[in-house]
Design a protein around this ligand. Structure first.
Ligand SMILES: C[S@@+](CC[C@H](N)C(=O)[O-])C[C@H]1O[C@@H](n2cnc3c(N)ncnc32)[C@H](O)[C@@H]1O
Length: 351
């Protein structure tokens, strides 16, 4: 008994300290990358901010380890970092640096492939978010996106994404979903499919997954990289008009979308997610932390869009995510933070 406890404690400490060290190393790589791209904007954080970031990250890793230990998702998920995928993307990311740097220096966020002709995509979407090559509208962008996010967050991006899984698994278990009666889950703005893949691993054979995203290239990337055995449908469409019937899904998830859209679009997307959720169904929505969540990170949060083209971010961090969810007609059950991510869990009231 004592030996088991000691092994468990050592495993926990090893996980938190090795991931913290890895985050430090990736942070150095990211700073070198950002300095190459920078147009001289200072990256210096205040001591209070540095301490806060460190504590928040350690808490995230601790929660991640505890949730794997509690069986909300397989241990393999927290041990896995897709090194092979990142090693193959790294040379392309480096080769892309001069183009990205030139775009940043020109402050040009309209450098898009020809297929993004006016009128085809919403005005807020057809732009080079983060000054990234092709915006969201190209295969190179889709191939480089995950590595860029991983560098930005010091290797903690998937740990933050996993914060959405325990509420979904708890809900699935409480409602008796199973292989014989799979739960219908929709991930809105699924990107390249990381959350879908991890949800599939957490609910093996028990979930019928659907992902929707406006980028045909990110959808193509998700199709290419998601495990073949996963029951997943991928749809390319706009979250402002979800192509699904009212009340169709048991669970809707949404991650890292709302800070990239204007305020009125944020309201429409939330209303759409509420519409396609069945009464009694669960919404788990997550995005950047907001100003009220971390006053000591005010400078970092407000400074983020100086370095990346993120025109709606400041409006988003001044907003209140849970209040928005309530306005969409849902009942908020829980609000929590995971490092730089805020997760709001809500239920659609029964009729
Ligand atoms: C920051 S990425 C997040 C992707 C993914 N959820 C993740 O965890 O990495 C934002 C995603 O939102 C998608 N997106 C933006 N506006 C959208 C809209 N109106 N409808 C559907 N998807 C949209 C983009 O194509 C992109 O894949």
């Amino acid at each position: 008994m004592v030996a088991t406890e000691i092994r468990r404690e050592l495993s926990r400490r090893f996980y938190v300290s090795s991931r913290t060290a890895r985050a430090g190393a990736l942070r150095l790589a990211y700073m070198a990358y950002a300095a190459t791209l920078s147009r001289g904007v200072s990256l210096t954080a205040t001591p209070a901010a540095v301490l806060s970031l460190k504590k928040r990250m350690e808490q995230l890793l601790e929660d991640d380890w505890q949730d794997a230990e509690a069986g909300f998702y397989p241990r393999a998920l927290i041990d896995h970092l897709p090194w092979r995928e990142y090693v193959s993307a790294a040379p392309r990311l480096l080769a892309d640096l001069p183009r990205a740097r030139s775009r940043i220096l020109r402050e040009d966020f309209n450098d898009l492939p020809a297929e993004a002709e006016p009128g085809r995509y919403p005005h807020y979407y057809a732009r080079n978010f983060h000054y990234q090559t092709e915006g969201y509208l190209g295969h190179t962008s889709a191939a480089l996106y995950d590595l860029q996010v991983e560098l930005l967050f010091g290797g903690t991006a998937d740990a933050m994404r996993r914060r959405l899984i325990p509420p979904v698994v708890r809900f699935a278990r409480a409602q008796g979903y199973s292989r014989a009666r799979p739960i219908r889950v929709l991930d809105v703005a699924c990107g390249t499919g990381h959350l879908l893949s991890m949800l599939g691993a957490a609910l093996p054979g028990e979930a019928r997954l659907t992902g929707v995203d406006l980028s045909p290239h990110y959808i193509a990337r998700a199709r290419e990289t998601l495990p073949r055995e996963l029951d997943v449908s991928l749809v390319c469409d706009n979250a402002e008009r979800l192509p699904f019937l009212d009340r169709h899904f048991d669970v809707v998830t949404n991650l890292f979308l709302l800070h990239e859209v204007p305020s009125d679009v944020r309201a429409r997307v939330l209303a759409e997610m509420a519409r396609v959720l069945r009464p009694g169904g669960l919404l788990v929505v997550a995005d950047s932390i907001q100003l009220a969540d971390a006053p000591e990170l005010r400078q970092e949060l407000l400074g983020f869009p100086d370095r990346f083209h993120e025109p709606y971010y400041v409006g988003y961090v001044k907003d209140n995510l849970a209040a928005r969810v309530r306005t969409a007609g849902l009942q908020v059950l829980d609000e929590r933070l995971g490092f730089l991510t805020k997760i709001v869990t809500a239920e659609r009231p029964r009729d």
